[in-house]
Design a protein around this ligand. Sequence first.
Ligand code: NAD
Ligand code: MG
Length: 396
Amino acid sequence: MSRPQQITVLGATGSIGLSTLDVIARHPERYQVFALSGYSRLSELLALCVRHTPRFAVVPEAGAARTLQDDLRAAGLSTRVLVGEEGLCQVASDPEVDAIMAAIVGAAGLRPTLAAVEAGKKILLANKEALVMSGALFMQAVRKSGSVLLPIDSEHNAIFQCMPQDFARGLGAVGVRRILLTASGGPFRQTPMAELSHVSPEQACAHPNWSMGRKISVDSASMMNKGLELIEACWLFDAKPSQVEVVIHPQSVIHSLVDYIDGSVLAQLGNPDMRTPIANALAWPERIDSGVAPLDLFAIARLDFQEPDEERFPCLRLARQAAEAGNSAPAMLNAANEVAVAAFLDGRVRYPEIASIIEEVLNLEPVVAVDDLEAVFTADAKARVLAGQWLSRHGR
Ligand code: NAD
Ligand code: MG
């Protein structure tokens, strides 16, 4: 039998990272953990190292690295600790690595993920922000290196599964008319609009169907998550924004659909558990057990659909506008959103102000071409400064 595949998990201490390790641990004959990274909660990273015995662990700074290295030695492990973005890029591109799970949240995931792409690794992409920021450059790098790019986002993994068989061989989305991107509508789908000014971070993070990290939970509440996913879908499936329709489906059982020109509509269904798309991508084109319970259609009984209301969800409108504008607009949208969501989670801005901050940033800064990574990070930095100015002007 061939040797187990060597997997690097970037963002191992997060929600996707932990689900990935759960699936990997079910298949020790197929997968071995090569490296794990964590940014905070480093005692949890230590426990993960003890459990999965990686060759490398990556932490954000030297002090944390020394502590973790001492603790690992004391536990009898030979895991080597690396530091910062350089360490992340190293474990993402190491010649021994077969695949990486890109599960760092936000813009911080871009450089390490690109390092893995450039090294021709199989990329399991959860970090949608990387693709939103630099879609054209990212996809160009994928084509150049011959990397296999597999979406982890449940919707995009569903779409991938519903695409024509030859899609994964680079033959395009032949016969596809539309992509129907499903959204749960989040915790505020029915909250009276007047109450939205008073919702707390805890309410925003209490997602009805999915258990996720705090940033993506707020994005789901505002539907910015769906906006980012719309942009992500355009890059992954070579679609125009007008070909992607968002459909609110509160049960989160249909994870998305593909509409073909002959009228066939293919959907992927399953329980809302990220271990399904993770197992699908890890084993692709084979199938493995993910630990997810079989779908019980009788218990679900009904599936509902609804058109999104852009007045209730202005972030969805802003993301669609950024998708249409292209160039630097998605990177600015993403960066402004990251600042606004962090401020909301810290209790410094009210929930409706997230959209106000993003809208102001997009209105103030003209859209420019982004021909290289530097231009992407310049756009990202400008948006962060402008969002910061909104905060200081409002005394936050
Ligand atoms: P999370 O907050 O639970 O975990 C984030 C991980 O990134 C943690 O390991 C954290 O230590 C690390 N991290 C945070 N900031 C970092 C930085 N500056 N540098 C390096 N590492 C850093 O988030 P999550 O819910 O697991 O989401 C991870 C990514 O997957 C996000 O891009 C999210 O949009 C995407 N995603 C998540 C889900 C889900 O169900 N959780 C579904 C689809 C897509
Ligand atoms: Mg999703």
